[in-house]
Design a protein around this ligand. Structure first.
Ligand SMILES: [Mn+2]
Length: 364
């Protein structure tokens, strides 16, 4: 049972990669898309989703995974406005189901999305990758770090770290002042109790992405970091619709996380509709950089990760997540065409070899 190989696409306006190139990557059938111009918390209109789907379908691809429908900070903080916002989220779920979407990837990180300290870290062979230097990240204020990243990264900023947003940062931090990890967990449970019944009704699965990196930063709690966190979350609302995006890179950034074991644990319990398959290399003291997908290129054993998926009958969606920037490609750091396509070619090979090996050893 092969995964539905997928590729993230930022839309005609913001992604230099045309859909027809994505269609040419071996085995890719599905686009992981989103509407990027809807403010967080607002309903995604059916007509806009339909238009995106029509574009994707015209290129011979499907639109069955959305990444992300972001969760408003008021929900994470637990403000009274959350009920209206969760209601909007439910309407968005219904609208997405109406055009055939099956999985919604989301995260529950306070204030910021994923964090790196440079988006242009040069590896010895001359490729560029995203890098996280823990000493830099933990010694700077968010404002300082935002400037550091922009200076290191040719003007690219991290998602959620845009200048206009940084202006409101003090206010946002103040609102999180009373929220510790348990408070954030209670607010996640409240959110899940609000949306999962609608998901069950319309046939969509919520797939929570781990925190990246999987640790607390700037004094903000993070609650999606490891096996215990993920167990707690999946046990709160016991439904296949309360599911996970197992991102091997994010979880693997903490050397204490046994990523193949985590993958196996949740896949055999049918809580993994979507996986992000990428590798990283630990460089000591909590720091890491991203790498090519091969096991030998980084610190994660990609063979064992794919074996965990095959042996648990995984039949969900997979994407190569980030790649290196190679061959002088100009584009969005981490989201170039070439290395993500190479990553898919490698993953296709791993899946075929492990599946056929399993079939052969099952024969009398
Ligand atoms: Mn990921």
């Amino acid at each position: 049972m092969a995964p539905t190989m997928s590729f993230r696409w930022y839309g005609e306006k913001d992604d230099p990669i045309p859909l027809r190139h994505i269609r040419q990557i071996p085995a890719v059938e599905n686009v992981v898309g989103a509407l990027f111009d809807i403010p967080v918390g607002e309903v995604w209109p059916s007509a806009s989703i339909e238009a995106l789907k029509a574009q994707v379908n015209a290129a011979g691809l499907n639109l069955e995974v959305i990444e992300s429908v972001n969760v408003h900070d008021d929900i994470k903080i637990g403000l009274p406005s959350r009920d209206r916002l969760i209601d909007n989220y439910r309407t968005t779920i219904r609208n997405l189901a109406g055009v055939g979407v099956k999985v919604i990837c989301y995260n529950f990180m306070p204030v910021f999305d994923w964090l790196r300290t440079t988006l242009n870290y040069k590896l010895p062979a001359g490729s560029y990758v995203l890098q996280y230097d823990d000493a830099v990240a933990t010694s700077q204020t968010p404002e300082e770090l935002s400037r550091t990243v922009a200076a290191n990264s040719g003007g690219f900023t991290l998602p959620g770290w845009e200048e206009d947003r940084l202006a409101d940062l003090h206010e946002l931090f103040a609102m999180y002042a009373g929220i510790d990890a348990d408070g954030l967990r209670a607010n996640l449970r409240y959110f899940l109790e609000g949306v999962v019944p609608v998901c069950e009704e319309v046939g969509i699965r919520m797939a929570l992405h781990p925190d990246d990196p999987p640790k607390s930063l700037f004094g903000l709690p993070r609650i999606v970091k490891n096996l215990d966190d993920l167990k707690w979350i999946t046990e709160q609302v016991d439904s296949p619709a309360n599911a996970l995006t197992v991102c091997t890179g994010s979880l693997g950034e903490d050397p204490a996380n046994d990523v193949p074991a985590i993958m196996r644990y949740f896949s055999e319990r049918d809580r993994v509709p979507f996986v992000h398959l990428r590798n990283i290399r630990w460089t000591g003291n909590g720091s890491f950089h991203e790498s090519a997908h091969l096991s030998r290129s980084g610190s994660l054993d990609m063979y064992e990760i794919v074996r965990a998926l095959v042996e648990t009958g995984f039949d969900g969606y997979a994407r190569p997540d980030h790649g290196r920037m190679i061959w002088d490609e100009v584009g969005r750091p981490g989201y170039g065409l070439y290395d993500r396509a190479l990553g898919i070619a490698y993953l296709n090979g791993l899946f075929e070899a492990i599946e056929k090996g399993a079939q052969r050893s099952a024969q009398p």
